[in-house]
Design a protein around this ligand. Structure first.
Ligand SMILES: Nc1ncnc2c1ncn2[C@@H]1O[C@H](COP(=O)(O)OP(=O)(O)OP(=O)(O)O)[C@@H](O)[C@H]1O
Ligand SMILES: [Mg+2]
Length: 414
């Protein structure tokens, strides 16, 4: 699906070095020296180290990493608030590194807007004037900019507060003004640097939800920096994890959790509650052997159980629609009775889920049944895969000693 999406921003081999001796530092980077060694020998700091990635149009792209890992530097290179030392940034097919000053200003004013952690509002101006500030710099007429600013304020839920001053607003509302100001240009790309980090947790959640809603409606491309993993997982379609200026991994939260590219990433994501992220699509055994209702009677079912070594199999019709499960003991009985089909023995009140169901959502299903879980396509109910109860329990208890302990206790009670 993602492969068909339009690339909005392409970053190639982007390097940013702070300090005077850039040439020497660049050479040392090429020779594979570490950030520390380079700092010691050249007094240069590596901000970003040969980063390459693409951001799709309309994507919510999150940059994560510890303090000093290069997130802000990378973001500021995208609109050349900082001049890259090497590499290319291509936006809408245009190479930003080759733009002259006027073209750059245009880019920042029309195509990309930035929202900062410290809201950066002008204290003596009203909410409306603050929201209109970018347009004012651009030289728009007063009435035009007020109409546009009002529209942006409406979008972020600030109608009625136009004539207040920033100090009269809560932190969350101030950040809404910051967001409105970024939206007045109707930019295609929003660059957000820790935009919600200064907000208290409840307001933060509210702003996150609103931003998601906004992106749904306006389909902006959003590049969002955070050091909060939960926030990254909630917001990001894809997440990049940075360390010492290097991109350690890019992927969906689920890809990163199930397949961390390095020990660093693994340590980084260890605390995450996997149950809420790992989905049926990842856990399922794809294209399982199934009993064809029209073709396989009890004898055919037994044959398939023998070849697979399984004592329970899913049953499907000729269109691969999931009908239920049959169990070994029932199939033997049915074969002895010489029944023509498995109709009598299909267990059809069994759980099925779509590929998006999380482990957390599936766990309650297994309490009620000993059946595996069928993964089906939502509308057609076509069978896509099977999840054994054991696979689900193993996943749910991975890295989580507390859950394992609980399970052991339950087992002891039997
Ligand atoms: N103006 C500067 N001059 C010299 N070094 C800098 C400058 N700005 C940043 N750095 C260095 O570049 C590296 C990356 O910094 P950057 O601000 O991009 O990190 P960050 O991931 O945004 O961190 P934080 O989470 O603290 O905001 C750090 O080692 C930092 O010390
Ligand atoms: Mg930063």
């Amino acid at each position: 699906m993602k492969e068909n999406r339009q690339v909005k921003i392409k970053v190639e081999d982007l390097t940013l070095i702070f300090g005077k001796n850039k040439e020497r530092a660049l050479q040392m980077l090429k020779d594979g020296k570490s950030k520390k060694e380079i700092l010691r020998e050249t007094n240069c700091t590596i901000g970003v180290n040969r980063a390459s990635f693409e951001i799709y149009e309309g994507e919510f792209f999150v940059i994560m990493g510890l303090s000093g890992s290069g997130k802000s530097t990378l973001l500021r290179c995208l609109n050349r608030l900082i001049e890259p030392t090497a590499g290319d940034i291509i936006i809408n097919g245009d190479n930003v590194t080759r733009k002259n000053n006027k073209e750059l200003l245009d880019l920042r004013r029309t195509e990309m807007s930035m929202v900062f952690q410290k809201f950066g509002l002008l204290p003596h101006r009203t909410v409306l004037e603050n929201a209109a500030f970018g347009l004012e710099i651009r030289g728009e007429e007063k009435d035009v900019r007020e109409v546009k600013a009002q529209k942006a304020l409406d979008t972020v839920g600030l109608r009625g507060f136009e004539h207040q001053l920033p100090v009269q607003l809560s932190g969350g509302m101030q950040q809404r003004v910051g967001l409105a100001r970024a939206l007045t240009n109707d930019p295609e790309v929003l660059l957000m640097d820790e935009a919600f980090s200064a907000l208290d947790p409840l307001i933060k959640t509210e702003m996150q939800d609103e931003l998601l809603g906004l992106q749904d409606k306006l389909s902006k491309t959003i590049v969002f920096i955070t050091h909060d993993l939960d926030e990254a997982i909630k917001l990001g379609e894809r997440i990049v994890i940075m360390k010492d200026g290097v991109i350690e991994q890019i992927g969906t939260a689920e890809e990163i959790l199930t397949n961390p590219a390095s020990d660093y990433v693994e340590a980084f994501v260890k605390k995450v509650d996997r149950k809420t992220i790992i989905t049926a699509g990842t856990l399922m055994y794809e294209k399982p052997t199934a009993v064809r209702f029209k073709k396989d009677g009890p004898e055919g079912t037994l044959r398939k159980m023998r070849t697979t070594g399984l004592d329970v199999l899913p049953v499907v019709d000729e269109k691969n629609t999931f009908l239920g499960f049959v169990w070994l003991a029932d199939a033997i009985q049915s074969a002895l009775n010489e029944e023509p089909t498995v109709a009598r023995i299909i267990q059809d009140s069994v759980p099925s889920v779509t590929t998006e169901a999380t482990v957390e959502e599936m766990l309650p299903l297994i309490a009620a049944t000993k059946s595996p879980i069928a993964v089906v396509e939502e509308a057609s109910k076509k069978l896509l895969g099977i999840i054994a109860q054991s696979a689900l329990i193993i996943e749910a208890t991975r890295f989580n000693q507390e859950d394992i302990h609980k399970l052991k206790e339950q087992a002891n009670n039997f």
